[in-house]
Design a protein around this ligand. Structure first.
Ligand SMILES: Cc1cc2nc3c(=O)[nH]c(=O)nc-3n(C[C@H](O)[C@H](O)[C@H](O)COP(=O)(O)OP(=O)(O)OC[C@H]3O[C@@H](n4cnc5c(N)ncnc54)[C@H](O)[C@@H]3O)c2cc1C
Length: 202
């Protein structure tokens, strides 16, 4: 125990990206894998056991130019906090495509969260855009419901970790479309068609 006083401003969405996933297979100590939210809850409990105070609030503002020797100041949820050191680990968020229509169609055929929305796409042909871990995970989750899942990626090779690539490639419902970028306008048909092709070959 180092005896430092540690405050974690964990954000409103505490736990980060692993709260959105299912089984994590590459974390040491879990031979059968562990559910992402369970892993994050265990990490939180462990940090709290060692005295970390965790607040589920978002960082809003800060002063990182204190007078010599003075502490840094950050504000969150209407309160001000001081620290001699600040570690910023604010992670990642949804990266939109910038295609006309995408934001208007969220919840009507467009989704950024497969575990949340997969049941709405039962027996459909679904497109997942991307080539990283998120894309592989989302594609794999969707195969539990979809007829087929096509991963559309703008480069000629995936960026995902090898273990995630292997899992996706071994799944017979998943196919890949490389060197392909989504550029078309997303249009809504009635009823919403998750199997509407959204990608154009470059
Ligand atoms: C679907 C999916 C499946 C994955 N599966 C695996 C896997 O099996 N194995 C693996 O090793 N990796 C996996 N990854 C990758 C892994 O989740 C990330 O590498 C990891 O979560 C990164 O951790 P992080 O703490 O850097 O960022 P994040 O997990 O993004 O966490 C950042 C945190 O910062 C908070 N935050 C942001 N802004 C603020 C602010 N202003 N104030 C306060 N808090 C803020 C956010 O709310 C969030 O809680 C997966 C990722 C995804 C999306």
């Amino acid at each position: 125990m180092i005896n430092l006083k540690t405050l974690v401003l964990a954000g409103v969405k505490w736990g980060g990206q692993l709260m959105l996933t299912t089984v994590v297979e590459n974390y040491p100590g879990f031979p059968e894998g562990i559910q992402g939210p369970d892993l994050m809850a265990a990490m939180r409990k462990q940090a709290e056991r060692f005295g970390a105070e965790i607040k589920e609030v978002d960082f809003k503002d800060g002063d990182f130019h204190p007078p010599a020797g003075g502490p840094f100041t950050v504000s969150a949820d209407g309160q001000s906090f001081e620290g001699k050191s600040i570690i910023i680990a604010s992670g990642a968020d949804t990266k939109w495509l910038g295609v006309p229509g995408e934001k208007e169609k969220v919840g009507r055929g467009i989704s950024t969260c497969a575990p949340c929305d997969a049941p709405f796409f039962r027996d459909k042909n679904i497109i997942v855009v991307g080539g990283g871990d998120s894309a592989m995970e989302e594609a794999l989750v969707l195969t539990g419901y979809a007829k087929t899942v096509t991963v559309v990626h703008r480069r000629d090779m995936l960026r995902a970790s090898q273990i995630m690539q292997d899992k996706a490639r071994q799944n017979k419902k998943i196919q890949f479309m490389f060197n392909t970028e989504v550029t078309v306008q997303i249009q809504l048909h009635s009823p919403p068609k998750a199997d509407q092709p959204l990608a154009e070959k470059e």
